[in-house]
Design a protein around this ligand. Structure first.
Ligand SMILES: [Zn+2]
Length: 280
């Protein structure tokens, strides 16, 4: 595999990276928009807040799914990006993924645009708590549930730590320990906005770069696509690595139709080699 145009574009530039679900498929987390995606639709914030039965089912599945996500390991693509950051090629990255795999791989400047699976937030008072703390409370409220669900098997973890569980009708939800309000995974769902300060942080990362590299996103969602538009509008060249077409293809100087793991590994090798080979 070879991508001379991609290497030429990024060579000698300070690169900001935007990643999406295609980044984590090689770690076993399915991409629900990719070519091989399962046919389930991601939930909306309205479904979650307005429907108690939906919420009960959601938490039951999340109770299983989050710990599988917690055990998921970064892949070669994550490691390549971490290496490029420590070599000074990357200024940092923005990710639409909530799986924390970039952080696990050693990336330091990471904007988790859509939040993370590892934290929970109260929709009423704003209190946040680690997902591990909620797990303890949910286990106490639902003794034996985990064992029964695991015994059924067939666990498939979706990008938001959703898991397939047979019976959720008896599952007991836990409310905010401070105010009794509604708890939600601290993940930006469809119909929600990314917090303003997080968006600003992401924009300034793009502004501090000489090139924007998109890896593993079809850019369907505006929350990520806007950074591609911003870069293009400010004369910052955009490169895209993705399997299949993306909404940003027309704005990209280079588009490579490939998987993230192999292409980023190749890229890391090439860019680091040119770094060390260049005199001075
Ligand atoms: Zn609260």
């Amino acid at each position: 595999m070879d991508a001379p145009e991609l290497v030429a574009l990024l060579q000698g530039r300070r690169v900001a990276v935007l990643t999406g679900a295609g980044m984590s498929t090689d770690s076993g987390i399915p991409d629900y928009r990719g070519p091989d995606s399962p046919p389930n639709n991601p939930m909306t914030i309205r479904q979650f807040t307005s429907d108690p039965v939906f919420r009960q089912r959601y938490w039951a599945r999340n109770h299983i799914g989050w710990r599988h996500m917690d055990e998921t390991m970064p892949n070669a693509g994550h490691r390549a990006l971490a290496a490029l950051e420590s070599d000074g090629v990357l200024v940092g990255l923005i990710t639409q993924n909530v799986d924390l795999l970039h952080t696990k791989a050693g990336s330091r400047t990471v904007v988790n645009l859509h939040g993370t699976y590892a934290q929970v937030v109260c929709l009423d008072c704003g209190h946040t708590m680690p997902r591990t703390a909620l797990a303890t409370a949910l286990e106490a409220a639902n003794p034996g549930f985990l064992e029964r669900a695991e015994a059924v098997g067939g666990i498939a973890v979706a990008p938001d730590a959703d898991a397939v569980v047979a019976d959720t009708s008896s599952f007991v939800i836990v409310d905010c320990p401070l105010c009794g309000g509604m708890l939600k995974p601290d993940i930006v769902y469809f119909g929600e906005n990314v917090p303003k300060d997080r968006v600003e942080q992401a924009y300034s990362l793009v502004d501090s770069s000489d090139a924007l590299l998109v890896a593993g996103s079809s850019l369907t969602v505006y929350s990520g696509y806007r950074f591609v538009r911003h870069a293009a509008a400010h004369g910052i060249p955009v490169a895209i690595i993705n399997r299949g077409p993306t909404r940003g293809d027309d704005l990209a100087a280079v588009k490579v139709d490939a998987g993230c793991s192999e292409m980023l590994t190749l890229l890391a090798g090439e860019l680091v080699r040119t770094c060390t080979a260049s005199p001075g």
